[in-house]
Write a protein of this length. Structure first.
Length: 368
């Protein structure tokens, strides 16, 4: 049975941005450190904004894991052929790739919008070239920065028309304080993505400087920031897309929530439906469908392969909006046997596995 991994990751070289950004901005480009995660942007903006309390259990061991557990691919320099080998090793037929350290490339507070736009252009150019030699196995998901929606819409159009991209991701935290995603300010971007027929991924990373949940309470302590950044930020972002009317105004827009699990989602959609019923016309505009119906119509969620409550989630949401991912080569991913273990689950039928593993991902990303 074929398997389409909807969310794995490049291991970008630290000089990617200096090599690919416009020459006039080269000295302001992101510079990656030896930890393969942190970077400095515009000479002084440092991300991530989290720190491990025990260094020996943090970045030092992660670097060691990338060099040992993934040594076969590390030795090749994480080139396209390394990813083909990794896919074959894990029984993955097709893989959608997001950045690793690049998840932080526009995550600093106060970043110049023009510089942020140039950073994602550089990344998108590099990512498209990376997958060009194996388009039947690898696909690159481009990034868009939300500081200038008109510029983001233009970048999406460029990437579709010139680079052949099918999907884009954004960080779910709004980069401009107080300008939440359902505001009219962002509508030119959502409208363009719907017109182009491409999907939008909500992919977070712990430690952004964009007012991330948990930063005010836990400061730079990494673990609670990780625990909160994914499911809780996803809930608030879905509030904007569903209750805030983004999906209702743009019925052609496809949205997927990544790396946040899904066991919380049946409750969250029920709760949004309850709130909508109570407050429609009072504190929320009338929609053409309930928030839960809008989700089932236009949205997807990536479940963890080993989620114990997956059966309940499918029964509550329906099978059509469920996808899954290997998250290779991140340490919390399912390497090396996650796909095989998922295919061996006894709480899913063969047809359900095929829909989650192949049919839904192709519909999500709009690929054959």
């Amino acid at each position: 049975m074929a398997f389409f991994d909807v969310d794995s990751h490049f291991m970008e070289p630290p000089d990617l941005w200096a090599k690919h950004i416009e020459p006039a901005l080269r000295d302001r480009a992101p510079v990656g450190g030896n930890d393969r995660g942190g970077m400095t942007i515009d000479r002084h903006l440092r991300v991530p904004t989290v720190r491990w309390r025990r260094l020996a259990g943090g970045l030092t061991s992660l670097n060691e894991e990338w060099a040992t557990t993934y040594g076969r691919y590390d030795e090749r320099g994480w080139d396209p052929e390394a990813y083909v080998l990794a896919m074959d090793d894990q029984d993955i037929s097709r893989m959608a790739l997001y950045p690793s350290r690049g998840l932080m490339q526009v995550a600093a507070a106060g970043l110049d919008p023009a510089l942020a736009a140039a950073i994602v252009r550089a990344y998108n150019d590099w990512a498209a070239k990376f997958v060009a030699n194996v388009p039947d196995r690898l696909m690159a998901v481009g990034q868009l920065d939300l500081r200038d929606p008109a510029a983001a819409a233009a970048e999406a159009r460029r990437c579709v028309e010139q680079l052949g991209m099918h999907a884009f991701f954004v960080l779910p935290e709004p980069p401009l304080s107080g300008v939440t995603l359902e505001r009219d300010f962002y509508d030119p971007l959502w409208a363009t993505l719907a017109e182009l027929g491409v999907s939008l991924s909500l992919h977070n990373v712990a430690g952004t400087g964009l007012g991330q949940i948990g930063a005010d309470r836990f400061g730079d302590w990494a673990l609670p920031r990780i625990a909160a950044a994914f499911p809780l930020e996803s809930q608030l972002t879905l509030f904007s897309f569903l209750m805030g009317g983004i999906c209702d105004r743009h019925p052609g827009l496809r949205v997927v929530v990544l790396e946040s699990g899904a066991g919380w989602l049946p409750f969250w959609l029920w709760w949004l439906d309850e709130l909508y019923e109570r407050y429609v016309g009072l504190d929320v505009e009338e929609l053409s469908a309930t928030p839960g119906e809008l989700f089932r119509r236009q949205c997807f969620v990536s479940v963890e392969m080993e989620e114990p409550h997956l059966r309940h989630t499918i029964d509550a949401l329906g099978i059509n909006c469920i996808v899954t991912a290997a998250d290779f080569p991140h340490p919390e991913g399912s390497f090396p046997n996650g796909v095989r273990e998922f295919m061996a689950r006894d709480d899913l039928s063969d047809s359900e596995k095929e829909q989650i593993a192949w049919d839904n991902p192709r519909r999500l990303y709009g690929v054959d």
